[in-house]
Design a binder for this molecule. Sequence first.
Ligand SMILES: [Fe+2]
Length: 464
Amino acid sequence: MDKNQIRDKVEKLVKELAGAQQVRTMYSQDHDLTRKSVNKLFYILEDLLFIKDEITIGIIGDEFAFEKEPFYDISAKIKGFIDHLKEIDALKISFLKGVSKEEITEFVGILAMNIETLNKTGGLEQRFESSNIKNIAFGKIGYRKKSDEDIIVENIANIAKRNFENGEDVLKEIAGNILESKNIDLSKIKSFVSGIMNNLLTNKSSLLILTAVKTHDEYSFVHNINVAIFSLLQAESLSLEQRYINEIGVAALLHDVGKLSIPGEILRKDTALTDEEFKIIKSHPVFGAKILLESPDINPLASIVAFEHHVRYNLSGYPERLFNDKTNLATMIVTISDVYDALRSKRAYAGEMAPEKTYEQMIEQSGRDFNEDLLTNFFNLIGVYPPGTLVELNTGEIGLVIKESALDNKRPQLEILYDNKGGVLKEPYSFNLLEKDPKTGEFKKTILHSIIPTEKFLVPEKYR
Ligand SMILES: [Fe+2]
């Protein structure tokens, strides 16, 4: 078996494993269908373990992967199985030489248990230890999240709770007289946020392409929607509770609502601001927080984020008076989204600059303006070259970014559109920049830089 044949077999293994798990949730261990699926797994493994001592499959992001290369095609089809494995913390599964049918049967039985049942017996680890399985191992490694992020996630409930408790009173105290009270329709916002969420869960890349609609006005509605999309994407990747994810979405959408209190002529002024005008601008987070606190049904998190959204990770920025010695996780998330989209918008003004420059500029501020782990996670999610970006390759070809890579934020999947002489390809083809030349071990193609769509190089209609 060559490398590709092994990979195909492993893909089959993953597919059969998902199938076997499903069968076992419906039928007993001795049922014919269970036996058949266990047999299939056994023979695939026997072939594979004849040439390898160990076969390890794992989950990277939302995909099943073998030797760090995801199986994009099947992963989408077995999303339920992947989600289940994530839930029970089985992110890596290794099959070792000598694995028996009995072991596979027992293993499939464990995989078919739901999380409640597993937890009752002390979780997957405990259940595994008390089993007779010796030649199958599982692990938690392989997930995109970094350990520091894990810590953030573990602590988030506490951080949020603490901020909720004292945030409201302090904000009420600080917020001065409001110019006018604005009514905010929460039901509309909630359905909008859940709409974005549904899209994110089913088709992340296409939603990201949507954010490529750049805003020339930093405070426009489009900007706020983009901030919500980027923030929901981040929140979702951190496996936060769904309730909290939605609250972050609402908070992101409303973070700049205090701008309503700033006269339009100051907002639109393109000459230098006077001290007095700058003071008015700087008051918008406090006004925003106050408006939100006074809106019935709006979660205090939205006011916290509105209050803090110009406070940087190192607590520089404004307002100067804070109610905690660190900003809320939701604020850290929203700030990253806000600055990212604002930078892109500014570039649109100045005649477009490269997304890789935005990346460099933000990474430079990592640890100061932004939490390092969240920023790294953000660029892992959207890639340095987000879907919809045209890029020139070291081969001279021009491609369009279709899907970011979970493994390398500078190596997305492309659709190659133009050849190395700038000619339109009659048959554009997909290319994964993670592909290496088997002889040299070097990457086959690499992005040199992004390019601005022009008459000569266009983004085809179907991707717009
Ligand atoms: Fe703002």
